[in-house]
Design a protein around this ligand. Sequence first.
Ligand code: SF4
Length: 292
Amino acid sequence: MGGLHYEGAIFRPPSEASSLILQISIGCSHNACTFCIAYKKKVFRTKSWPEIEADIAVIKKNYPTVQRIFLADGNALCLDTEILLKTLHQLYRELPLLERVSIYGAPQDILQKTPEELKEIRNAGLEIIYFGLESGSDNVLTLINKNVSAAQMVEACHKAQNAGFSLSVTAIAGLGGQALTEEHAVETASVISAINPTYFSILTLMVVKTAPLYKQIQRDEFRLLTPLQDLQEIRLLLDKSTLTNCIFRSNHASNYVPLRGILNRDKNALIALLDKALADPTLLRPESTRGL
Ligand code: SF4
């Protein structure tokens, strides 16, 4: 995006592909999950108000008709409430066609803000929080060094929902490896059902060589699922989930079988599709075409 000040590689959720990205923080304040290399090269910091204000002026000049903005990086919701409010007020004031602003938020970011602060941020026009649940199992969360419990995940999500936010929650199939696959599926189903988010997506674990998890695989401390085990895990997770009008996607480049629908309405059809793929592995996305 011409003229905007971006530092390092920028990530955004697939559904924000057409949004303009405004970077208000650099990296991830946790930056220690064993499977994730997204922000490993960045030293975490939040941008100052003058830095953000300068970028908003660039947006106003170069992209005055923008309708959707995504606030990056990893967990930009950790910014001081005052700066977040200033950012949102300035964006909506300067960009008359702006319809939606969204953000990545970690559970700690939500838990650290008061219900009033969250409501104020929501009322200022932040609409969607993208939330990395990864797993509903405490054992898996400990294994991946997420530094948060499943109960805190649920607490944070309910707090955000009570403030009026839409949540887009992501889990990662295969994250418990072979040892914890059943627990990962069943407990993630239980947690996602308790959250009942607006959007739910399941990615499939892919491990790059620079991720700490890669070394655990080399040492045989973690065994990746086979593609068919991955489908069995997703099948069990869907089977055990109880959701209401939840927009479900598992059609990322990392997934072996693309799934999409409304849960629970389409649960049986999605499970039938998985059963078809389990019976005929030629229907799976070839390993060589999978991507992060
Ligand atoms: S998965 Fe999320 S919280 Fe964990 S290191 Fe990556 S960006 Fe940070």
